[in-house]
Design a protein around this ligand. Structure first.
Ligand SMILES: NC(=O)c1ccc[n+]([C@@H]2O[C@H](COP(=O)([O-])OP(=O)(O)OC[C@H]3O[C@@H](n4cnc5c(N)ncnc54)[C@H](O)[C@@H]3O)[C@@H](O)[C@H]2O)c1
Length: 327
């Protein structure tokens, strides 16, 4: 199938593109290569994809409507997977507008193109952050999500709402994917695993917020893309007048305390972590934990790779990657 994939130079996008290409699909990537983190890493990810048959790289911002429209029309997609976004909850306050430009205007631009030339299915990357501050019990898709504690979360919630309205008004089939802390090789340098391993390998202290009491429902990248790839063909139907729209937690429902995560990094690197304790940051939630029942019911499987194994694979990749790029 012809798949239009935004965020193709990103962490999840690159892995997903590789998986889809391996299954014989054509992937039309689109990415603005934004400078939120090291653009060199994004180019390196793209270099993994470019030699693969069936991959077409498009460059542009989501909010640059003419460029996006030209790429979309050329792709004439049957499936659209919308991962590109301003990610992360700790962006400096001076950069708040990028959430609106990428996540609101950008998503609107893409939805308008989907209205003009509808794909069979739009899959949209949302986030566990829409659940806001929870009591630590597993979050279900039916829980209230009207108290976002970061602008990032507010724009992800808005993205879900916008896609719902297009499903309702125009019959566009949509699956909104609530990703939970995805980690693995080629991961994001702004996320905990990359930062911690980088610091420990270079004998620098790691900064731990909230006295390490946080827990996260970590999802190894292979598990994440297994779920997304399985969902591509599971198109929601209009049912008794209800919009063809669904939202799903993409996680295994096995939250891991941060201290176990750090112990696993120490074991994988063979080094002790020097810890600098800092108070919780304003946009951070204390705990994320998914109820994965709906994902299990729909796809027959949920993420299972334990953090110890995922971290070992990340460290192996990190060491190889730093060696080849000489930094
Ligand atoms: N990684 C996680 O743990 C996680 C958790 C929850 C949700 N998500 C969501 O999943 C998606 C993919 O996340 P990721 O970890 O791969 O992030 P990423 O930052 O590595 O990838 C996003 C890509 O989008 C591109 N992009 C950003 N703004 C753009 C714009 N305005 N126009 C065009 N391209 C733009 C970036 O250049 C980047 O390559 C995002 O929507 C993110 O919010 C990720």
């Amino acid at each position: 199938m012809r798949i239009f994939l935004t965020g193709s130079a990103g962490f999840i996008g690159m892995h997903l593109a590789r998986r889809l290409l391996g299954s014989g699909h054509q992937v039309f990537g689109y990415d603005g290569l934004t400078s939120y983190y090291d653009v060199r890493l994004k180019r390196e990810r793209l270099a993994q994809l470019e030699p693969l048959p069936g991959f077409f790289a498009g460059t542009g911002l989501l909010e640059d409507q003419p460029t996006l429209a030209a790429a979309y029309r050329e792709a004439a997609p049957e499936i659209v997977i919308h991962l590109a976004a301003q990610a992360g909850v700790r962006n400096p306050l001076s950069m708040q507008r990028t959430y609106l430009d990428a996540n609101l205007t950008g998503t609107f631009n893409l939805l308008e193109l989907c209205r003009e030339a509808p794909p069979r299915h739009l899959l949209f990357a949302s986030s566990s952050s829409v659940y806001g501050q929870t009591d630590g019990s597993p979050s279900r898709e039916t829980d209230k999500t009207d108290r976002p504690i970061s602008l990032y979360a507010a724009t992800k919630k808005s993205g879900e709402a916008m896609t719902y309205s297009y499903a309702h008004l125009f019959g566009l089939p949509v699956t909104a994917l609530r990703f939970f802390t995805v980690y693995g090789p080629w991961g994001r340098p702004d996320m905990a695993l990359f930062k911690f391993v980088d610091a420990i390998e270079n004998d620098r202290p790691i900064t731990l917020f909230g006295e390490g009491r946080m827990q996260r429902d970590f999802t190894y990248i292979d598990d994440n893309i297994d779920a997304v790839a399985a969902l591509v063909d599971l198109v929601p139907k209009r049912n008794e007048g209800a919009a063809p729209w669904r939202v799903l937690n993409i996680a295994g429902g096995q939250p891991v305390p941060l201290m176990r995560f750090i112990s696993a990094i120490e074991a994988a690197t063979g080094k002790r972590a020097l810890i600098d304790h800092q108070p919780m940051q304003p946009g951070d939630v204390g705990s994320t934990s998914a109820d994965a029942t709906a994902l299990q019911a729909l796809t027959g499987r949920i993420p299972t790779i334990p953090v110890e194994e995922g971290i070992t694979r990340f460290v192996a990749w990190y060491r190889e990657w730093t060696k080849t790029r000489g930094s």
